[in-house]
Design a protein around this ligand. Structure first.
Ligand code: NAD
Length: 278
């Protein structure tokens, strides 16, 4: 089966951006989808998170594609909430076959200026959140002897960067977690793989705060002003990629036929992986 008819996908960070692109693509290919997002801002983050309306809009898009959705507002950093979300998904649709641990936050800040509260938020959402997602879906997948888990790292999970200490640490952690989970779950028919996106055109990079960091010389930088700076971060001459470019890799890893593909990281980063050893 190369489509996803009859499958159930569980997607975190589904209210907007890449999570929404993944959710709609699974729906268009026949899967029912559990859509999870926190939909709440955090004081320690300097850009807005998605809203409950955003999450409802993803649900409308999934339903327009012709399959069912279940909306859950929860924090991936909260293990009890994640266990409850998975239970709700299983009650609604019978099982979860695919999990995409996509929710995440970014933070611009040097290691010497990152506060403990910021560190906790970034590690909690980006790394503990992936651990909780895997932990919550694994028992049902083990019981049924089938699962496809895709985690979301970053090109900063394979290299360091200035002002990205917490983010980079969390995304390196995702890769170690993914490889170890792949080994632990292999005998149960479950694959665990990661995607490592470059700069993707979502609200995570298109926000006033990040624009301000990139062009401190300007009072109110626009997308045009930051475009060359973003372009310099990729090997290929492109500033940002469309979310669907990452979705293509997620669909490939989540396919039933990708049965013996586990523990790998697929970069979708405009050639940046050519600069790293991984
Ligand atoms: P985004 O900000 O548009 O979407 C992230 C979503 O996650 C938001 O809807 C947000 O509300 C949700 N979220 C954040 N923390 C959460 C939590 N603790 N619990 C539940 N939901 C939470 O950004 P995006 O680009 O779509 O990011 C998706 C993933 O891709 C993230 O893991 C991000 O780190 C990663 N990534 C993004 C880029 C990029 O350039 N945009 C590059 C590399 C990796």
């Amino acid at each position: 089966m190369n489509g996803f008819e009859g499958r159930v996908a569980f997607i975190t960070g589904a209210a907007r951006g890449q999570g929404r692109a993944h959710a709609v693509a699974f729906a268009e290919r026949g899967a029912d989808v559990v859509l999870l997002d926190r939909c709440e801002d955090r004081d320690v983050l300097s850009y807005p998170m998605a809203t409950a309306d955003d999450l409802e809009e993803t649900a409308r898009m999934v339903e327009a594609a012709g399959t069912r959705s279940l909306v859950v507002q929860a924090d991936v950093g909260d293990r009890d909430a994640m266990d409850a979300a998975v239970e709700a998904g299983i009650s609604a649709f019978g099982r979860i076959d695919i999990a995409v641990a996509n929710a995440g936050v970014t933070l611009m800040g040097s290691v010497q200026h990152t506060t403990t509260a910021q560190w906790d938020e970034v590690l909690g959402s980006n790394l503990t959140g992936v651990f909780n997602t895997i932990g919550a879906v694994a028992p049902g997948m083990i019981e049924r002897g089938y699962g496809r888990i895709v985690t979301v790292s970053s090109m900063l999970g394979r290299q360091g960067g200035t002002n990205t200490a917490a983010y980079s640490a969390s995304k390196w952690g995702v890769i170690g977690l993914t490889k170890s989970a792949a080994l632990d779950l292999a005998r149960h028919g479950i694959t665990v793989n990661a995607v490592a996106p470059g700069n993707i055109s979502t609200p995570m990079i298109h926000n006033e705060t990040l624009y301000g960091h990139m062009r401190p010389d300007l009072e109110s930088p626009t997308a045009d002003d930051v475009e060359p700076v973003f372009r310099s971060l990729h090997v290929q001459p492109v500033a940002w990629l469309d979310a669907f470019e990452v979705t293509r890799a997620v669909l490939f890893l989540a396919a039933e036929d990708s049965v013996h593909l586990s523990g790998v990281v697929i970069p979708v980063d405009a050639g940046n992986a050519a600069r790293t050893s991984g």
